[in-house]
Write a protein that binds this ligand. Structure first.
Ligand code: SF4
Length: 377
């Protein structure tokens, strides 16, 4: 299989063009077609000579994601299920303006990206890990989630397909942007696909690529301490979110098997390093699960962690998942947990859930589709 053109960095493209004796100014022209105009085929690249287009076609593929299914209406949370070139499915979620989510006053559209097909980490509340890990996403498959959603949106704007809930046809190239913020917390453990993720994020961050500021990109991890330290030493100022979900080892271990490998002392020490090197506020994600981690006894150790790390806490009422036994706590319990944290001096928010009606918990739509397909074959 040919390598995908969008998995190459700008430097790699420049080297390739030099080898081909192509003038240097052709590289920005190509990048413009790939990332500003989001071209879906070589023939659209009309200002590149035919001979260069042929060389590109012979040496690289130009994959786009195929929309298999979409849930959610315009201006609400929308979930996209994409079919990859090898037939695997991944999910991407588009979340409209929500200033409370990651503290961005200008937050307009946040896109939640997947980084792996399936997941090996088996967090007990999550549908993504139910069928295990299949493979890492390539850089272009991570990047293409942004481009495909923007392409889809532009096409839908122009044709009204979105309102009709149909897949939109290939759009005309356009430079308009939709996505302002990225959260890397879809299917998969991002830091377990470190190299591909970083390569993709460099392109999505670059002015010639996605143009999304590093400070508007949040990487969420289940707590891979060594990779958090590695990320701290990267030059880019990404935001870091930790899927904490338990403020003591005993509670966290019930929910996050990864806690056995990297217990809280180790995880918090890595976060300390990240915080010191980056000077960035860390976010602690805490999914409230009835009878598992929603007791007020969790608020004090959680406050100790949050205050030590200068971290903000996002409380997220659990979205029940088919095949998993846990339930969402009552609104009263969630509000009581928030109030107790605030009383302990913690900056915390409670997500008044978006997307609960559309299988929004990570991995649910993929799982549902795969099982439907399996039952019809
Ligand atoms: S929460 Fe993230 S790390 Fe945990 S199983 Fe789901 S996808 Fe994997």
């Amino acid at each position: 299989m040919l390598p995908d053109i969008k998995s190459l960095t700008r430097e790699e493209l420049e080297r390739q063009f030099k080898t081909w004796n192509e003038p240097a100014y052709r590289v920005p022209q190509l990048l413009d077609w790939l990332y500003a105009r989001r071209a879906t085929g070589w023939d659209a690249m009309s200002n590149l000579p035919k001979s260069l287009r042929e060389k590109l076609r012979e040496n690289f593929s130009l994959h786009t994601l195929e929309l298999a299914r979409k849930q959610g209406a315009a201006d609400t949370t929308q979930k996209f299920l994409w079919r990859l070139a090898d037939g695997q499915f991944i999910e991407t979620v588009l979340i409209p303006a929500n200033p409370a989510l990651y503290g961005e006053a200008s937050d307009r559209h946040t896109l939640c990206l997947s980084t792996q097909v399936g997941c090996a980490y088996g967090c007990k509340f999550c549908a993504s890990g139910l069928d295990g890990w299949k493979r890492n996403l390539e850089p272009h498959e991570i990047i293409e989630q942004v481009l495909a959603v923007e392409r889809w949106k532009n096409a839908a704007r122009g044709t009204g397909h979105e309102a009709q809930g149909q897949a939109a046809p290939s759009p005309k190239p356009t430079a308009s942007r939709l996505v302002d913020n990225l959260v890397i917390m879809g299917m998969g453990e991002p830091l377990a696909n470190y190299e591909n993720l970083l390569k993709a994020l460099k392109t999505l961050n670059a002015p010639w690529g996605g143009g999304i500021g590093a400070r508007k990109i949040t990487i969420s991890t289940s707590g891979l301490a060594p990779q958090i330290r590695r990320l701290a030493n990267e030059p880019m100022q990404f935001r870091l979110a930790i899927s904490l979900h338990g403020a003591t080892d005993a509670v966290r271990e019930r929910i996050m098997p990864v806690n056995k490998k990297y217990p809280l002392t180790e995880l918090v020490a890595a976060c300390d390093d990240y915080q010191k090197l980056k000077g960035r506020m860390i976010t602690l994600e805490f999914i409230l699960i009835a009878g598992v981690n929603d007791a007020l006894a969790q608020t004090r150790p959680l406050a100790v962690l949050a205050n030590r790390l200068y971290a903000k806490v996002n409380l997220i009422p659990y979205n029940p998942v088919d095949g998993l036994p846990w339930q969402r706590p009552s609104e009263e319990v969630c509000e009581g947990f928030l109030a107790a944290l605030e009383k302990l001096g913690v900056t915390a928010t409670l997500r008044r859930e978006k997307g609960g009606d559309i299988d929004a918990a990570c991995g649910q739509l993929r799982l549902k589709t795969e099982r439907e397909l399996a039952s019809t074959t």
